[in-house]
Design a protein around this ligand. Sequence first.
Ligand code: FAD
Length: 511
Amino acid sequence: MEHNYDVVVIGAGNGGLSAAASSAKMGLKTLLIEQHNLPGGFATSFVRGRFEFEPSLHEFCNIGTADDQGPARQLIDSYGVAVEWVPIEDAYRVITTGEGADNLDIIMPFGEDAYVDRMEEYVPSSRPSMEKFMALCKDIMDALAFIRKSSGKVDTKVMMKEHSNFLKCGGYSVNRVLKSLHMPEKAQRILCAYWCYLGVDCDKTNFALYATMLYKYLQTGAWIPKQRSHELSAGMDKRIREMGGDIWYNTRAKRILMKDGKITGVDTSHGTINCSHIIAGCSPNAIFGEMMDEKDVPEKQKRMVNARNFGGRGFVLYLGLNRSAEELGLKDYSYFIYGSMNTAKEVARAKDFNDHPMQATVCLNVANPDCSPKGTCIMSFTTLYTQDVWGDISTDEYVTKKREVAENMIRDFEEHVGVTLTQYIEEIEIATPVTMARYTLNPQGTMYSYESSDWDTLLARLMMLKDDQIVPGIRFAGGYGPRIYGYSSTYMNGDLTARLTATDIREEKAL
Ligand SMILES: Cc1cc2nc3c(=O)[nH]c(=O)nc-3n(C[C@H](O)[C@H](O)[C@H](O)COP(=O)(O)OP(=O)(O)OC[C@H]3O[C@@H](n4cnc5c(N)ncnc54)[C@H](O)[C@@H]3O)c2cc1C
């Protein structure tokens, strides 16, 4: 039987689901293939004993309330997917365990004014520079909205006239811009606490990227789906089919088929599919390095792939505890525990194993009290590695190492938050970068696709949108796409790539 589609989407992670939904909604004949038996990639759930764990999501940004919707909620709603969203109360509690200025324990709220007020409490006289920072964030958001609307054809004259602040500081690092605002050093460091959501230090993180991420969290808060991110992914599956799209699970893309430099189809574990357009929710390394003949990959494309670095590789410890959050004394949802507030130092520590890995830890029940049976709670402890250290571990060392890292993280949490967890552990699961690589096929188990730093930032990717499609007919929808990684961004990437693909198809037909 012949299978003919306008678009084949490879991988049902957030980006692939969004691309397939958008493509089906626009009336394109769409097939989504996924090697696993479930949708979502990282956006899923798993069950151990009486607990259903959230594998990845801590904070989904750009959701907002039903009355004041953020762009991600608008997009998901536009697909017709109903999700029960649960708000997170505070932005973060950050604990740093060093000496002097590196010994902090503070809680920062959502809301622009509340954030500035709280900063003033912790760092007197920070207000003027914080207000300037917020105004700059707004300018940058406006500029990005303009770039987004331009779909790859940015009018540089308008940019220079109306978005000059963006051009002035968009290319600099976070630290450089914060210094130029004369922000007190302590405030700069508190403001940079979200660095672990990007995995890059603030000397290298692009200001526009960080500013928009933080500002979006402050403006619209953070949210999670009540039934884990699987609720969203399962809802997407249903709507893609209802809108006329097909989904094949347990189907792995193996080869990209080409003739005379043009895409003609995809060879999969379930046969050949004919199509002229592919939206990849998997990595460019897999597409160009494994699925295409080397002769078909343009030199520029090879250089582009080789020049990029993988982002942080994730390690997560999941605990199901037989005491409630209140009984354990856990009042906060999100805890960042760092050795210091110096992001360069922290990133350098994450290059290798160390006895006190940084951690971004969440107690799900604080935001979502009914997520586990009464008298219990769920926690997840995440750390990241900026190098492929888990790739060098021998099979014999693997189990010992993962237990060691998990024990270190529990010990540090107990010590610095002042709670006891160990004796109440009922279920324990550990996902290393090796687990993540096997589950999602992301190279080296990266949870942040390609690192977004230096030259390869959100800004550069958006400005180069038009030139970034080196092999006609292939675009990247997930974390490797133009708007980079993260839940909100991958959903946006999916929609953007589907719309660009629809334009390509229309233009081809018009020829
Ligand atoms: C522990 C952790 C915590 C995180 N916390 C947050 C957070 O709080 N907020 C946030 O915004 N982001 C967070 N992220 C990041 C976020 O989860 C990712 O950026 C996002 O889910 C990536 O989506 P994606 O579309 O790139 O696809 P992925 O989730 O990487 O999925 C790719 C899919 O493609 C499939 N696939 C790959 N190759 C093939 C093939 N050849 N054939 C068929 N199928 C294939 C895979 O099976 C997989 O389903 C976190 C990630 C992790 C791991």
